[in-house]
Structure formats: structure tokens, C-alpha cells
Ligand binder design. Structure first.
Ligand SMILES: NC(=O)c1ccc[n+]([C@@H]2O[C@H](COP(=O)([O-])OP(=O)(O)OC[C@H]3O[C@@H](n4cnc5c(N)ncnc54)[C@H](O)[C@@H]3O)[C@@H](O)[C@H]2O)c1
Length: 355
């Protein structure tokens, strides 16, 4: 057995149907008295419900979270937090809202309590991202890791089927890559395998019936495990490629992950056979080479667009995307070769089965 390093993230997790009711106690547990509730304009109603639940411990509701945390949004939120004398941030929403909380905590070091309502997994990571002049900078900082996470599956019932499916595949990508990360370790690999099994089992049921609370609970459980994977081990080709595609071509985050995952998994299957075998088994397959095609079929079953072309990728940008992916060398089990990456992108752009 190979040696490894394992360090556990210091985060408290409260999971269960109706867990939101424990929010006031959890805020008190953090020693906070003035919690600023963060959310998006679309989820303002939920933000107000959360503030009402907090009563005197609520400092206000700031509903200006947007995708990729533009620096202006971060500055405005920091100013609002200061104006209201906030000593804690309750981020209620998806990765964008939690990302806004992280942008504030990066400067203030005040605690974040996250209440995730998608499957993106940001609540379980010390990774932040801020976009300035169309360039997204990401980094890791322990100050931005939410101290407490409340997972309440009831809050995901309103997430539309199509967004749930793509968000779930985004989570699945964290788990698949964790299995072959450079710093993979046995504990995170256990979580990754279980995340893949839970998500692949639950997502079709979520899409069939978005208010199936049992399926929602299993999907959220998988998303938590996948988020822990993302937060604890480094990522490889898949995340780097999606970061490039999202940043340079402004493609939608979750849908891009979903369309790319079958191809990146297949690209690595021969170089990381044990890892991809575990992924394939969790998806119902028998060998490492099954992982990519099974992920492709899962996308199909979930009604997710298979082709990058369908999520807005211009064909004329494929050369640049391949070059960008090969310019900054980073860890990947199989060497990142320009011709092979260009061919991978071509298949992904057309929505063809990985080969
Ligand atoms: N730092 C990290 O570790 C990390 C991890 C994953 C994603 N991210 C970032 O998160 C962002 C994407 O997050 P996302 O995919 O969760 O999308 P999102 O947070 O942008 O949410 C998408 C939309 O869905 C709405 N929504 C969220 N939950 C809902 C619900 N339950 N019911 C109805 N509507 C709901 C939101 O208000 C928003 O309008 C990206 O910027 C990505 O880079 C960061």
C-alpha cells in the first residue's frame, strides 16, 4: 500500500429533513449575535424566512449573490456587512451565494454558516473564487471554510429538475477526480466512491420527481461527500479543463462539468485503472473503461445536453481551449497532450460517446 497524508477539515455538519430549524442554535453555538443572511435575488423569500427564524440574531438580508463572485459584488457585500455590524454570515443558496460569503470571510475571518440548496459542494471546501476584469482567481484559505453546514433536503425541493441534474453531475465530477488526485488517500476515496453511488442512484429519481424527499436526501448526502472530496484533495484534468472553458468562454458551470465528465474520465481510465474501476463499479460497471460511457449514459438518462456546442461553446474556440489546457502543466495521471486533448474536446463539442 502506498503512503498517504490525511487531514480532516474542521467543519461541523448537521444533516436531515427539517435541519433548518436548528439554525438559531447553530448560530448561537458560533458565539455570533448579528448574522447577515446572504442569498440571490431569486431566493430572497428563503433569505427572509431564514432571517425571521433567527429573530434578534439576524442583522439583515443581503440578496446580491451572483455567479462567479464579481469583485464589485464582494465589495458591496463587505460594505453592507460592516454597515450592519455583522459578526457571522449565513449563506443560504448554491455555490454563488456561498462564494459571496467566502469573499467576505476572506477579509474579515468571521465565521460562515452555510445552508446549501444545490449540489455544487462549495460549503465543504476552503476554496474561494473572485472575478475581476473577466478573470476568475481562485485560492485556498482556511478562513473561508464554513464552520457549520446545515443540510436540509427540504430546501432542495424547489431546485428545477434540469438544474438539479447538472448540479448533481458537477458533484459527481468532484468525486470521480478525487479517486485519481495526486494526493488521493483511502478515506477520501471511500467518500468519493460512496458519493458516486449515492448521486448516480438518486439523480434519476430526482429528475423523475423533483419533490421526492427520499431521493433529494440521498442526492444531498452524495453532494456533501463529493464536496468533502473537492475540499480535501487536489483536482486534475477535468476541473482544470472546466475552469478554462467556464472562465474563457463563459460557459455555464454545472452543465459544462456534466458534458465534460464522461470524456475526462475516459481520457484517464488506462492511466489510473484502479481509480476508474472504483468509479465504474459505483456506476454499475465492471471495468475502468466502463466509467466514461456510463457517465455519458447517465447524462442522457438525466436529459443533460451531451454536447459542449449545446451549452454555448463556439467551435472556433476549441483550438484555443486545447492550447490553454496544455499551457499550464498540472498533475494528471495521463500526460496532457495537445492532440489528444483537442480530440477529446472535439468529441465533447459534438456530444459523441467518449472513445
Ligand atoms: N469554491 C468551491 O469550492 C466551489 C465548488 C463548486 C462550485 N463553486 C462555484 O459555485 C458557482 C455555481 O454554483 P451553483 O451551481 O450551486 O449555482 P448558483 O449558486 O449560481 O445557483 C443557480 C441558481 O439557482 C438558484 N437556486 C439555488 N438553489 C435553489 C433552490 N433550491 N431552489 C430554487 N432555486 C435555487 C439560485 O438562486 C441561482 O439563481 C460557480 O461560480 C462555481 O465556480 C465553487
Amino acid at each position: 500500500m502506498e503512503g498517504f497524508v490525511y487531514q480532516c477539515s474542521p467543519s461541523r455538519v448537521v444533516f436531515g429533513q427539517g435541519a433548518l430549524a436548528q439554525l438559531p442554535d447553530e448560530v448561537a453555538r458560533l458565539g455570533a449575535h448579528r448574522a447577515l443572511v446572504l442569498t440571490t435575488p431569486e431566493q430572497r423569500g428563503l433569505g427572509e424566512r431564514v432571517a425571521a427564524l433567527l429573530g434578534e440574531r439576524a442583522a439583515g438580508v443581503h440578496d446580491q449573490a451572483v455567479m462567479h463572485v464579481p469583485i464589485e459584488a464582494a465589495r458591496a457585500a463587505r460594505a453592507e456587512a460592516q454597515r450592519l455590524g455583522a459578526d457571522c454570515y449565513v449563506a443560504v443558496g448554491g455555490g454563488s451565494t456561498i462564494g459571496l460569503g467566502k469573499a467576505i470571510a476572506l477579509g474579515s475571518a468571521q465565521p460562515i454558516l452555510a445552508v446549501p440548496t444545490t449540489y455544487a459542494g462549495s460549503e465543504a471546501t476552503p476554496i474561494y473564487g473572485i472575478t475581476e476584469d473577466r478573470l476568475k482567481t481562485t485560492g485556498r484559505d482556511p478562513r473561508v471554510l464554513p464552520r457549520t453546514v446545515l443540510y436540509d433536503p427540504e430546501l432542495t425541493l424547489t431546485l428545477p429538475a434540469a438544474i438539479s441534474a447538472a448540479s448533481g453531475m458537477n458533484a459527481l465530477a468532484h468525486a470521480v477526480e478525487a479517486l485519481y488526485a495526486q494526493d488521493a488517500n483511502p478515506i477520501i476515496s471511500l467518500m468519493a466512491e460512496e458519493a458516486i453511488r449515492a448521486l448516480a442512484g438518486a439523480l434519476p429519481a430526482v429528475v423523475r420527481n423533483p419533490v421526492d424527499i427520499d431521493a433529494r436526501s440521498r442526492a444531498l448526502h452524495g453532494a456533501w461527500l463529493a464536496g468533502v472530496c473537492l475540499g480535501n484533495v487536489g483536482m486534475a484534468l477535468h476541473h482544470k479543463l472546466c475552469h478554462t472553458l467556464g472562465g474563457t468562454f463563459n460557459l455555464p458551470h454545472a452543465q459544462t462539468h456534466a458534458a465534460m465528465l464522461p470524456h475526462t474520465a475516459h481520457y484517464n481510465h488506462a492511466a489510473a485503472p484502479q481509480a476508474l474501476l472504483r468509479a465504474a463499479r459505483a456506476l454499475g460497471g465492471e471495468q475502468a473503461a466502463d466509467a466514461g460511457p456510463l457517465l455519458f449514459r447517465l447524462n442522457q438518462a438525466l436529459g443533460i445536453p451531451a454536447a459542449l456546442a449545446e451549452v454555448g461553446m463556439p467551435e472556433a474556440g476549441l483550438d484555443e481551449a486545447a492550447t490553454l489546457a496544455c499551457t499550464n502543466p498540472y498533475y494528471n495521471p495521463r500526460p496532457i497532450e495537445l492532440a489528444a486533448i483537442r480530440a477529446l474536446l472535439d468529441r465533447a463539442w459534438r456530444g459523441e460517446m467518449p472513445a
